[in-house]
Design a protein around this ligand. Sequence first.
Ligand code: SF4
Ligand code: SF4
Length: 155
Amino acid sequence: MKCADYDKIFKIMGNLTPLKVDCGQLCGGACCKGDSKTGMLLFPGEESPLTVIEGENGQRLAVCNGTCDRSSRPLSCRIFPFFPTISENGKIFVEPDLRAVRLCPLLEHSDEIEFDPKFFKAVKKVGKILARDEECRKFLENITEDIDEIGKFLE
Ligand code: SF4
Ligand code: SF4
């Protein structure tokens, strides 16, 4: 059963990206250079036309060969390198996904970059939709914990 309406979620994200220009030119598309053992984490109930493998802790990961049909890329790719974190009282924030801190130059130079506010509004909206579903909310909580832990380590 679908945990959240991913068709609706993908529609909200549309073609939005953190910048109004192609950030892949900054880094040679570093986030699309995984291999057959690394992949993008799928959200609970999210389906993908890509090959899906089981990662550590039973997570489902979508793997690609570095190219994809943008209209069918996973949600993790659409919101990268940010994440809709959730507070203890259920409030959604859009924060840098510190799991990508060593990979993505957007996080390293975030103070100097002019981001597209529409992207952040969309990620927040998506976070709110996900938080309405129990399994997805738990997923947001777990990743928020991971991001917070990395944040403490980086302080
Ligand atoms: S690693 Fe960051 S800057 Fe590079 S393409 Fe991915 S999101 Fe853009
Ligand atoms: S699915 Fe597409 S956007 Fe996501 S990592 Fe692969 S090539 Fe990049």
